[in-house]
Design a protein around this ligand. Structure first.
Ligand code: NAD
Length: 234
């Protein structure tokens, strides 16, 4: 049996980071968390914690899984390039400069960024593109709802769903709701005269994103440097 892959969790004290640490250490995951990094060093009984300003002291790792905030992204990307490690990132709200840095890093390391690591949203992208191509005259609206702590709006997933719709001829508009503890919901609505189609995805647990990211980490390790899509790794 292969030894488990060594994983660094970046953003480890957050909502996603805690789910990743818990699932990563499940016996059957094939992964072992060797470092937990966050704004201030996380305290986990099993995994050594590091603050973001001590990133250069983390032990060797094969893959970093990053669900932090845009302000932490540059440092983890640079560390992965320096250590020749793979990167799985779900951090949203990245700037144009950060997208350019991500593409530049993909020359040196395998990496994947996805706005949403759930299987259901991958399928929703294909459905949205198909509906948009069949309904060129209809209005297309994307409505998303998330918990009140989420910083960026529209969500990264709303924007990538919009890109799928736009790529098939639609001109999407966006609306965002921030309320309570909603994990994540996306409606894509196509409206014609006297009729309407709604395509809806509702996440009720963050574990779906965490499991998708762990799956991507297993599939990414050992691949040639390139920017992969989540769909390439399913
Ligand atoms: P959160 O606010 O609960 O956690 C953020 C984490 O990042 C914390 O551990 C914090 O300490 C850490 N952090 C902040 N600044 C940092 C820095 N400079 N360096 C290192 N770590 C730093 O957020 P969350 O709800 O866990 O979401 C995290 C990110 O993941 C967000 O960008 C969110 O939009 C995104 N997200 C993506 C998906 C997906 O499937 N792609 C799903 C859910 C959330």
């Amino acid at each position: 049996m292969n030894p488990p892959l060594k994983v660094l969790i970046h953003g480890a004290s957050g909502r996603m980071g805690r789910a990743l640490l818990r699932l990563c250490n499940e016996e059957a995951s094939g992964l072992v968390a060797v470092a937990a990094v966050a704004g201030s060093a996380p305290r986990d009984p099993l995994v050594p914690g590091f603050s973001s300003d001590a990133l250069d002291r983390v032990p060797g790792f094969d893959v970093a899984i990053d669900f932090s905030l845009a302000e932490g992204f540059d440092a983890i990307l640079a560390l992965c390039v320096q250590r020749k490690a793979a990167l799985v990132s779900g951090t949203t709200g990245l700037t144009d400069g950060q997208w350019a840095a991500l593409d530049a890093a993909a020359v040196d390391i395998p990496l994947v960024w996805a706005s949403n690591f759930s299987l259901g949203v991958s399928v929703l992208h294909a459905l949205v593109a198909r509906a948009a191509s069949l309904l060129p005259e209809w209005d297309c609206d994307i409505i998303e709802a998330h918990h009140s702590h989420k910083r960026d709006a529209p969500s990264g997933t709303a924007l990538t769903l919009g890109a799928s719709a736009a790529g098939s001829g639609a001109n999407p508009r966006y609306a965002s709701i921030r309320a309570g503890d909603i994990v994540g919901e996306h409606w894509v609505q196509f409206t014609g005269l006297g009729e309407r189609i709604e395509l809806v995805h509702r996440a009720s647990s963050r574990d779906i994103f965490a499991r998708g990211a762990l799956h991507a980490a297993r599939r990414l390790h050992g691949r040639a440097p390139r920017r992969y899509r989540f769909e390439d790794l399913l």
